[in-house]
Design a protein around this ligand. Structure first.
Ligand code: ZN
Ligand code: ZN
Length: 274
C-alpha cells in the first residue's frame, strides 16, 4: 500500500488532523504539535491526547510525523538560542512518546557564518543529548535547500551528522524540493541511487515530496505543487523509476488553498508513484 499524506492542520486540536487526512483518503500524515512560529510548545491536554490515541487506532493512519517548529536553530552559535532549541526538541520528543508518534522531523539549522564544522558539532550534540535515552521516537534529519550557512544541504554533511550522533533512533527525511534547490538533479534516476548509496536506504524513513519553484541549485527553499515546478511530472517519474524508494512514506508540503486542489494533486502523485 502506498503511504501517502499531507502536512495537515491541527486547528481545533491535534486529533482533528486524523479526520481531515481520512477525508482526503490519506494513509499517513504530518503535523506540527503547537504553533510553528512561536517558541513555547503549548501543553496538550490529557483529553486531547486520549482523543488522538483513539483516532490513531481507529483510522489506522500511520505513521504520523511531527515537524519541528521553525524558530529553533540546533546549529546556532548563540548560547541562549541553542539552549532553547535543544529544550524545544526535547519537549517535542517527549510529547511524541506520550502520543505514540514515532517520528520527529528536524531542520538542522544555520551556523550563522561561524564555520561548518562547529555548526555540525552543535547539531550532533543537540540531537545526541535528546536521544541519550531511547523512547521509541526517531529524530529524522532533513536535508536543507542549500541556503547560505545552512547545515545539512549535502548528503555528505547529513551522513557525517548521522554517524557522529550514533543512535539507533535517528534517520533521514529527504525533501525533493530541497535536494533540487541544493543542486541535486531530482529529474535523474542516478540521483536516487546516489542518495541510497550515500545515506543507506534503511536509514531513510520519509520523503517530503515537493516540486521546486526555482531552478536547479537556486539555494531557495520554495515549494511548488507537484507537476507545476521545475522538477515536473516527468522528472519525478524518472527519479522514482528507482523502485526501491516507492516503499517509503511520502508527505506533501505543497502550497494549496483548497481541498479540491489537494485531491487533484494526490491523483497526480498516485499516477507518478503507482
Ligand atoms: Zn520538508
Ligand atoms: Zn522546505
Amino acid at each position: 500500500m502506498l503511504k501517502l499524506g499531507y502536512h495537515v492542520s491541527i486547528s481545533g486540536g491535534i486529533s482533528n488532523a486524523f479526520d481531515y487526512s481520512k477525508e482526503i483518503n490519506c494513509t499517513t500524515m504530518q503535523i506540527f504539535i503547537g504553533s510553528p512560529r512561536i517558541w513555547s510548545v503549548q501543553k496538550i491536554s490529557t483529553e486531547e491526547k486520549n482523543k488522538f490515541l483513539i483516532k490513531s487506532k481507529n483510522t489506522k493512519i500511520e505513521p504520523v510525523f511531527v515537524h519541528m517548529p521553525y524558530l529553533p536553530n540546533l546549529a546556532s552559535p548563540k548560547e541562549d538560542v541553542y539552549k532553547k532549541s535543544v529544550e524545544t526538541l526535547s519537549i517535542i520528543v517527549k510529547e511524541c512518546a506520550a502520543l505514540k508518534i514515532e517520528y520527529v522531523v528536524v531542520h538542522l539549522g544555520s551556523g550563522l557564518g561561524e564555520g561548518k564544522e562547529k555548526a555540525i558539532d552543535r547539531v550532533v550534540n543537540a540531537v545526541s543529548s535528546v536521544k541519550s535515552e531511547k523512547n521509541g521516537v526517531f529524530v529524522l534529519l532533513e536535508n536543507q535547500a542549500g541556503q547560505k550557512n545552512s547545515v545539512g544541504s549535502t548528503l555528505e554533511d547529513l551522513k557525517e551528522i548521522y554517524d557522529k550522533i550514533h543512535s539507533s533512533e535517528v534517520g533521514f527525511c529527504i525533501d525533493t524540493c530541497h535536494l533540487f534547490a541544493a543542486g541535486y538533479d531530482v529529474r535523474k534516476t542516478e540521483t536516487a541511487k546516489l542518495i541510497d548509496d550515500k545515506l543507506g536506504f534503511e536509514n531513510i524513513k520519509l520523503i517530503h515530496l515537493n516540486d521546486a519553484k526555482y531552478e536547479l541549485g537556486s539555494g531557495r527553499d520554495r515549494h511548488e505543487c507537484i507537476g507545476l515546478g521545475n522538477i515536473g511530472i516527468d522528472g519525478f517519474k524518472s527519479f522514482f523509476s528507482y523502485k526501491k524508494f516507492l516503499g517509503l512514506n511520502f508527505i506533501l508540503e505543497t502550497p494549496h488553498s483548497s481541498k479540491e486542489q489537494e485531491l487533484n494533486e494526490l491523483k497526480t502523485v498516485r499516477e507518478i508513484l503507482l
